[in-house]
Design a protein around this ligand. Sequence first.
Ligand code: FCB
Length: 464
Amino acid sequence: MSMTLIIIVFILVIYAGAIFLLNLNYPLLKWDWEAIDLKKIIFPKNFTWGTATAAHQVEGGCDNNNWSDWENSFDKSGKPRIRENQTSGDACCHWDLYPEDFDRLNELGVNAYRFSLEWSKIEPEENVFDRNVMDHYSGVIQSLIDRNITPVITLHHFTHPIWFDKKGGFENSENRSYFVRFCTKMFNEYSDKVKMWCTINEPGVFAVMGYFTGIFPPGKQDPKLTAHVIKNLLETHVQVYHTLKNLPNGQDSQIGIVKNINQFDPWRRWHLLDWVVSRINDHIFNTIFIDFFEKGQFKINIPGFIQTSHSNSKAVDSLDFFGLNYYSHSYMKFKPSLNEFFEHQFPADEIKTDMEYTIYAEGFYRAIQSVSKINKPIYITENGIADKTDDRRKIYIERYLFALRKAMENGADVKGYFYWSLMDNFEWAEGYDMCFGLYEVDFKTQKRTLRKGAERFKEIVNQR
Ligand code: FCB
């Protein structure tokens, strides 16, 4: 055998071995849905059932935050930032219509509601707190309690006041203190009645969309800054957690972060470069967060691109629960281009949602397993489908709740599930075209109608 042949055989063996090990360590889970009985999905009696919303997406009148200018701006090529130049505007008028919306929670039979406080309305100028707005939220909380619904507050759900943004928002570590002050004030105000708190919603999405892809404000495209913002948000969470725990009511409150898990699998399971891009994405979107809470280590290691490492021992002790959002799974295909070195692919046999991803409930199961490593109780703080024609919602609900139940039967400590969303709302850069609601909203009349596909959710919730 010539030397060249030996080298070629050697390389092929190493390549095959690497692919074999990758396939072994990261199997693609697929269930045979035809053979699964989705009729009997029964949850424990004490399970928390809820729906979720966020202020900017439903309240209306959010015109003093980082999204308000953004919604009226254009990118360099003159394209509007939001699909078809839509703006959040009056949204669902939930600011005024919340009492009737909460009747709908009773109609669904859920016992919890996750919503966010709009910081820009509460503190419209630096250190000026609006008493009327704070009283409004007291009314919201009381109205939930009157209906036997547990209020769950999110303190930062993608939006913050313009004055905070002008100071550089979460790009500057020094700005953390403003958010900590806001959270402290809110906790002092509402923690007598609110016992479950989410600090920051999806820090990864906020940072990647705002600082890497530039699809969210402030529209920057800077990988190093993205890493810095992620780290800053995680550090902010730790600081907020320990501050609130030390306030009156802190010890009997549950405080956690909300993080989405995005899954990435290689499009071609024999292609090393597809594996490389899917593992890199998994590292950025998932592993760095899980490691932070599991080991107190913040480490990004993409040689030649971003390498940063930092530790904080207080992180491991900064969660009473882990809030898991789960929506998407993508297949990554390597692309030989310097600008974008991968593309997303979707298999023909998976059902598409209206967003750029498919229905893949096995991914929900995998996501729950992956965050179980942190060893904290889990709440599913968001999960739902954009389905305008309402012909996939039922199957989505059945499959995802089946996957959740199975994960629990196999040991996952999941305490509750919040469907995203109670009603159609302003879906950020996608505007009003993505309909995630259990209730359909007619935005001209503000009429809400329970969708047919949502009936299955109601049935499972009420099987308690
Ligand atoms: C999540 C966001 C939430 C909503 C859903 C569809 O990433 O937290 O506000 O937009 O996606």
